[in-house]
Design a protein around this ligand. Structure first.
Ligand SMILES: [Zn+2]
Length: 467
């Protein structure tokens, strides 16, 4: 078997819908995958997709995940590990599909027999959904700029942090795992207000105490973020028209309230501190287990504040590999709708969209002659050159300290206008990832979405690369 890491993100429902061997046959034989990265908790991601989003050609009938009540917890937890937190995972076999199964238990035998590796995957759930499944969830949610509970969790809340430390301790003591891919698709309050118009959080007592200890004034931060939020909301609603200009007025708020940037950076720091604790927990239990960090699309590709916060050379000190989202296909509509339209509809409305796209390509070091034009972003994807440049940037940053395994993404549904991934580009993207120095790749986003032609394109590329 190759030394390269060839992983795949697998939603556990596929294991049961398709049958363990059926699913592993496709993954191993057609995609040449050697590492299964299975979600053990799906409070966020991994499921809930429409039938249209799922691959129709796996040989079993597609089931619309939105109408199913599948469990969100795919393993059996043990109470003795859950000290220091009042939160508990819950499963109800009477009402939830597959709540009587244990995906790590069910996969480990077949995976070992095939000479493959078994990794767990956790996406830290920071949104509204877990409140339906976990008792006491509102008590660990953030506090927004108006003092209200806001459905985002807080990395300075010990009950929340201990909940995941307990979860990971239990997993690595109870199962012979080869590794964990952990991720938090969470941006800080500044990005959330600027890119999404979201109300800023968190300003809970834990965050305020921490800030004071660092010499950051919470009252000033709250006041600044309120002004910023109300200004951005006014721009998005087209109810403000500042005399000195939209962008200049934004800069004025940031200059008057430097606490805004300080709070943003500290939110990033507390997120990374939790990742460090999780890394340490895994390593203390099993030093050979591999701890990898998943980097989401806005952080890897288009949110300039998050791109500036994240220093990969520093991150290499608390992980064994980094898996950035390098999903070339879906990058194009995401950049168009989640970045360009968003900023053009608020603080960068003075710049034409064409200029914003051109500036984005230049700032990110992408080749505007190769990548899509403005009117092509909705219907096509970025090229394999994007995968190469993103991978190369990360490889250069970590200087060989840890390997980079870019996520090669395909068949991530956007809308009917967006043309599905093309096996030829997927093939080239795999080549380009290795050409840029990747130590492996992760087939993404979820196995359930991937059409066979694209899985086979990955397998063909690996074979041609002698991997
Ligand atoms: Zn907080």
């Amino acid at each position: 078997m190759t030394d390269h890491f060839i992983g795949i993100q697998l939603g556990p429902q596929s294991v049961y819908d398709e049958g363990v061997d059926h699913c592993l046959d496709i993954i191993q034989e057609q995609g040449r995958v050697n590492t299964i990265i299975v979600s053990t908790h799906s409070y966020y991601g991994a499921h809930g997709r429409s039938a249209q989003a799922l691959a129709p050609d796996h040989g079993v009938p597609v089931r619309d995940e939105r109408s199913r009540n599948t469990t969100k917890v795919w393993i059996n937890h043990h109470e003795q590990y859950f000290g220091g937190t009042f939160l508990r995972h819950k499963r109800d076999p009477a009402t939830e599909e597959y709540a009587d199964r244990d995906v790590l238990e069910d996969l480990q035998g077949p995976i070992r027999k095939r000479g493959m590796k078994l990794y767990a995957r956790i996406l830290e759930p920071h949104q509204r959904r877990p409140v339906q499944f976990i008792d006491n969830w509102p008590k660990i949610m953030s506090i927004d700029v108006y003092g209200r509970i806001y459905p985002n969790t807080c990395f300075n809340n010990p009950d929340y942090n201990n909940f995941w430390l307990s979860t990971v301790e239990d997993m690595f003591k109870s199962y012979p795992l080869d590794g964990l891919q952990y991720g938090s698709e969470r941006s800080g309050p500044l990005s959330r207000v600027l890119l999404h118009g979201e109300v800023p959080s968190c300003f809970c007592e834990h965050c305020c105490t921490r800030a004071r200890a660092k010499g950051i004034n919470p009252e000033r931060a709250i006041e600044g973020y309120r002004k910023l939020y109300e200004y951005i909301t006014g721009l998005r609603n087209k109810t403000v028209n500042p005399i000195d200009g939209v962008f200049v007025t934004l800069m004025r708020i940031l200059l008057k309230y430097p606490e805004i940037l300080a709070w943003e950076y500290d939110a990033y720091t507390s997120k990374e501190e939790q990742t460090k604790r999780l890394y340490g927990t895994v390593k203390a239990i099993n030093p050979d287990a591999q701890f990898g960090i998943h980097i989401d699309h806005q952080q890897s590709t288009y949110d300039l504040f998050q791109l500036a916060e994240l220093e990969y050379a520093e991150m290499a000190n608390y992980c064994d590999f980094i898996k950035p989202i390098a999903y070339h296909d879906i990058a194009a509509p995401r950049v168009r709708r989640w970045l360009l339209d968003s900023v053009h509809g608020s603080f960068l409305r003075e710049l034409p969209l064409e200029n914003l796209l051109s500036g984005f390509y230049d700032i990110m070091g992408l080749d505007k002659n190769k990548e899509p034009k403005l009117d092509e972003l909705d219907s096509t994807g970025f090229t394999e050159d994007y995968v190469y440049r993103l991978t190369k940037r990360l490889v250069s940053n970590v200087g060989g300290k840890v390997p980079i395994y870019p996520g090669i993404g395909f068949d991530v549904l956007w809308n009917a206008e967006h043309v599905p991934a093309n096996p030829d580009t997927v093939y080239k993207a795999v080549h380009k990832a290795f050409e840029a120095g990747a130590g492996g790749i992760v087939l993404s986003r979820e196995y359930a979405e991937m059409r066979r032609a694209n899985i086979q394109a990955v397998g063909r590329a690996l074979k041609d690369l002698n991997i």
